[in-house]
Design a binder for this molecule. Structure first.
Ligand code: AHR
Length: 366
């Protein structure tokens, strides 16, 4: 793809988006249409050409990935590698930034140097992006953001990801309904947050806290486990020592932290899950997480869908065909539980079904 054409398309896309008055992530409604199937839903304008590489040109994509901290991340990387494969006409330049923001900025600058056709960024942190995105814009390289949000710049073509605040609100609304159904009067929650500064952490923390404040629950402590199993285990070990007998809910902001927290609670002799003293809540709902929901170790798991790549490809096709992609595309997500005692919850005034995990559901998950 020729640089000048891409640059022109990028400017047109950004201008059209601004003129259309697309809202920011904060303004985006929780019930914004979820991306169920790629293709037509993403584009306005453009013709019907198939893969952008159909012309025979190889499309070079630079992808600055957060790291390899979780099962979710592995699924996200695989999704991009599968879609942007050589067989599909792509040359994917992949950088694992190992959760280091400086490395991620370097990676993006490296892609500019390499003169790639498109840049995909999954931002480790939500801020500090405007300068490097301006450099991308000046170089005429369209940027597509996936998963986590960039909150201090809009110099990207599209963002494809999850509403993290809605995930946090859903965890809170589920806990409220579950506690009522079980006759639990008091909630004393320990939160194991994700990586500091990540929009996934910020949104889930805000959402859960909003319900906790409304219901008068106590959040006993809230510390970062960095979205890793080791981090979850370390924080939970110290929680068990500091707050023995003083908590009845643990909220882990991803599955890997929950795995670590379970190990630490086992070590400390604390029982958890549907037959235990502590209600365990998690986010992501990757295969291993759902296995623990089915076994009753995790009470509820709020999905964060990592399969963004097909939607990113649609954005690229739209740009290549001269169309204007949607500024924001929300992934479709489900809420998973072990017990069949509640069929749905209300989140932001919307009724959302709860899915009891079965072997078939686990087999179909990433
Ligand atoms: O940004 C998405 C979050 O990052 C996922 O919840 C977590 O598993 C990952 O590491």
């Amino acid at each position: 793809m020729k640089r000048k054409l891409i640059g022109l398309l990028l400017c047109v896309a950004m201008t059209a988006t601004l003129l259309a008055g697309c809202g920011s992530k904060e303004e985006a409604p929780a019930d914004a249409p979820a991306a169920e199937a790629p293709a037509e839903t993403l584009a306005e304008g453009g013709d019907d050409a198939d893969a952008p590489a159909a012309s025979g040109d190889v499309i070079t994509i630079g992808f600055a990935q957060v790291g390899h901290e979780s099962d979710w991340r592995t699924a996200s990387t695989k999704s991009c590698q599968d879609v942007f494969s050589e067989a599909n006409g792509y040359d994917l330049q992949f950088v694992d930034c190992d959760n280091d923001s400086a490395v991620q900025l370097e990676a993006v600058r490296g892609f500019i140097e390499q003169d790639v056709d498109y840049i995909i960024i999954d931002p480790i942190v939500a801020t500090g992006w405007d300068t490097v995105l301006t450099e991308c814009e000046d170089a005429g390289i369209p940027v597509i953001v996936i998963d986590r949000t960039i909150d201090d710049s809009d110099k990207y073509v599209s963002w494809v990801g999850s509403n993290f605040k809605t995930e946090g609100l859903a965890a809170g609304e589920w806990l409220k309904a579950y506690a009522e159904a079980k006759g639990i009067k008091e909630i004393n929650a320990l939160v194991i947050e994700g990586s500091t500064g990540a929009s996934a952490t910020i949104g889930r923390t805000e959402g859960f806290k909003e319900i906790a404040d409304r219901e008068g629950w106590t959040i006993v402590d809230s510390q970062s486990g960095d979205f890793t199993q080791d981090g979850g285990a370390e924080v939970m070990e110290s929680y068990c020592k500091s707050y023995e007998g003083k908590f009845n809910v643990v909220v882990c902001q991803n599955d890997n932290e929950a795995f670590g927290a379970m190990d630490a609670m086992k070590q400390a002799g604390v029982s958890y899950g549907v037959n235990g003293d502590v209600i365990l809540i998690s986010f992501d709902a990757c295969t291993a997480g759902l296995e623990f929901v089915k076994s009753g170790d995790i009470n509820a798991d709020f999905e964060c869908n990592p399969l963004a790549a097909p939607f990113v490809e649609e954005v690229i096709k739209t740009l290549a065909n001269g169309g204007t992609p949607e500024k924001e595309v929300y992934m479709e997500e489900h809420w998973f539980v072990n017990e069949d005692i509640l069929s749905s919850i209300e989140v932001n005034g919307e009724t959302q079904n709860l899915t009891v995990v079965t072997d078939d559901i686990i087999a179909a998950q990433y």
